[in-house]
Design a protein around this ligand. Sequence first.
Ligand SMILES: N[C@@H](CCC(=O)N[C@@H](CS)C(=O)NCC(=O)O)C(=O)O
Length: 261
Amino acid sequence: MRAAPNRCISCTMKRPRTIIGSFVSPYVRKVLACLNLKGLDYQIDPITPFYGNDEFERLSPLRRIPILIDGDVTMSDSSVICAYLDEAYPGHALLPASPAERARARWLEEYADTRLGDLFIWSLFYQKVVRPMVWNEPTDEERVRKALEEDLPEALNYLEGELPAAGFLFGEIGIADISIATFFRNGAYAGFETDDSHWPRTAGFVNRTLDHPAIASLLPFEDVQRGASIKGRRQALLNAGARLTEETLGLREPRRGRMRL
Ligand SMILES: N[C@@H](CCC(=O)N[C@@H](CS)C(=O)NCC(=O)O)C(=O)O
């Protein structure tokens, strides 16, 4: 976490709370859902992953989204951001109360960020959507096949044993529910559907969580972002009522990130 100037360059008003990152990223969606649950205002610089400029890289040394700027502090990594929001702001608690349940919620968040991220993002969404569209590269069909036929069934079997048949993991919706469900939306964007005859708890849980207003209210912006060209995106989002920053940390040409899975 680093100190950031809390003043706009061109004005003396305090900079509104800002998220840098695309509406379509599962990690950005997780943070926006938590902000919504807490009832906190924010504006967005909706940069596409890989398109950050030098200032973006200064704020996010791994060149990853999301970034949060909140008054005098900036930070990257969705888990760090959500933990900060829960500690800094009252209202809807993102973690359950008891130490044992908090540990389990954190584990499920980590499982989602790492394992579901590897499968839904790097093996499906990145291969089928990002590689052709951003890098003009072919999909690694073997990686997609292995994810669909071997690794995703194993992950879904694990989740089926962890998720509740009704309601959310710890009573009220929280960080563990959101962290898991967010990846399934990107899976759907890459053509994946959870077979509810094999994984009924998981399918029901994901639908319930994605239908919660804290997440469902983001869908119109995701649809606009997915439907518009990178150049036309900003205006399309503004037309749809998204609250955006005046300036962007985006670039015209993409740059490779720091991490390759
Ligand atoms: N652990 C990070 C992962 C964030 C992440 O991987 N974001 C992707 C977009 S979905 C990204 O920025 N990728 C660009 C890259 O890896 O270069 C978090 O939880 O925020």
